[in-house]
Design a protein around this ligand. Structure first.
Ligand SMILES: [Fe+2]
Ligand SMILES: [Fe+2]
Length: 201
């Protein structure tokens, strides 16, 4: 499900929450690649201003935004899928449990990665013994994200699109908005206002 170019994120959340889950994956991949690329290039040495800025943005993304994506899946999407009693969902149940375990594992890995990268930013360099450990954790997490995102986008999200009706999809969008601290009523009003002519006719 594609996000329309020019559509504001808040409107997309209400209109197309599953589409937003896909685009969150693209952001996860982007910020994760930033950490891998800078680590490979600088190897714990002095960082350029650009590299510092890139690492700070990536850390902020994984501290603040990525956990919301996990909650979108675990609290809004998965429980709605599990309400269905059909054979496809029975096999999906194990997969969803596996995905939740994967989320916890990724959080643990991110904690270590965050700690080392923050230390690198604070001290200006990262000690020689920590660089290979940081690379090892990044490699491990890279494999995890590849498999996890593939399963969600190949099996889980398409099944959700066929199972859930518009009211449930809308409810997921509302929960995602609230989770991000935006008032869904205010956003609906904003969306309506945007459709009206902006000047008197
Ligand atoms: Fe996930
Ligand atoms: Fe996901």
């Amino acid at each position: 499900m594609a996000i329309k170019i020019g559509e504001k994120p808040a409107e997309s959340l209400l209109n197309n929450p599953l589409g937003l889950l896909y685009s969150c994956h693209r952001r996860v991949e982007h910020f994760f690649n930033v950490m891998v690329t800078v680590t490979q290039a600088a190897q714990g040495g002095t960082l350029s201003e650009g590299q510092r800025h890139a690492l700070k943005s990536a850390l902020r993304y994984f501290r603040e935004a990525a956990p919301l994506h996990t909650l979108d899946e675990e609290e809004s999407l998965f429980p709605r899928m599990l309400k269905f009693q059909n054979p496809k969902i029975k096999t999906m149940l194990d997969k969803l449990e596996g995905l939740k375990h994967g989320h916890r594992e990724a959080e643990d890995n991110h904690q270590k990665i965050d700690q080392w990268i923050q230390e690198w930013l604070n001290k200006g360099t990262l000690s020689e013994e920590k660089v290979p450990r940081l690379s090892e954790y990044l490699n491990r997490l890279s494999d995890f994200y590849q498999a996890h995102i593939l399963m969600e986008e190949t099996d889980v999200f398409p099944l959700a699109e066929t199972l859930l009706d518009q009211s449930e999809i809308g409810a997921i969008g509302q929960e995602m908005v609230i989770r991000r601290g935006l008032d869904p009523d205010a956003l609906k009003q904003l969306t309506e206002d945007l459709k009206k002519p902006s000047r008197p006719v």
